[in-house]
Design a protein around this ligand. Structure first.
Ligand SMILES: Cc1cc2nc3c(=O)[nH]c(=O)nc-3n(C[C@H](O)[C@H](O)[C@H](O)COP(=O)(O)O)c2cc1C
Length: 140
């Protein structure tokens, strides 16, 4: 059994739905799971988790300037230590996530994360792909 943290930034609730679907998938595999908005996640919560899922919605102008939501970028840039932490990334989008996951990955890796999986979910079916993302994380 692993201790899993699913941390998300959501404005309209879609990314929260994805986070809850990921949490359910982890629980059904017998893991202990905490789900929390990024704003409520500090270093002690990160330190206590074996695996951390980090999710954001994407913002931009549909065809350009598309990137993870500012709050998620700020959180990732805010020098939280993810040293040697197993991390999986997800985002929800309306049209096209473009390079949002790669931006999140670069920020997480700059904080020491070992990013092992990532997935973008369309906001029309935010839970679709949650099982696959969990299955892609070694040890879960
Ligand atoms: C201000 C704003 C800008 C957005 N820009 C984009 C965009 O550039 N590309 C895209 O695919 N989706 C875009 N979206 C759609 C959101 O990423 C999508 O609806 C997401 O699932 C919202 O997540 P939430 O409900 O957790 O806040 C935008 C949404 C908002 C509110």
């Amino acid at each position: 059994m692993k201790t899993v943290l699913v941390a998300y930034e959501s404005r309209g609730g879609k990314t929260k739905q994805t986070a809850e679907a990921i949490a359910d998938a982890c629980k059904s595999r017998g893991h202990e799971v905490t789900v929390a908005p990024l704003s409520g996640v500090g270093q002690p919560m990160l330190d206590g988790a074996d695996v951390v899922f980090i999710g954001s919605w994407v913002e931009g102008f549909i065809l350009f300037g598309v990137r993870p939501a500012r709050a998620a970028r700020t959180w990732l840039q805010n020098s939280k230590s993810l040293t040697d932490k197993t991390v999986a990334l997800f985002c929800t989008y309306g049209v096209n996530p473009r390079s949002s996951l790669e931006v999140m990955r670069a920020l997480a890796e700059a904080n020491g994360a070992k990013v092992v999986a990532q997935r973008a979910m369309n906001h029309r079916s935010p839970a679709d792909g949650a099982q696959e993302l969990v299955a892609a994380v070694p040890g879960l």
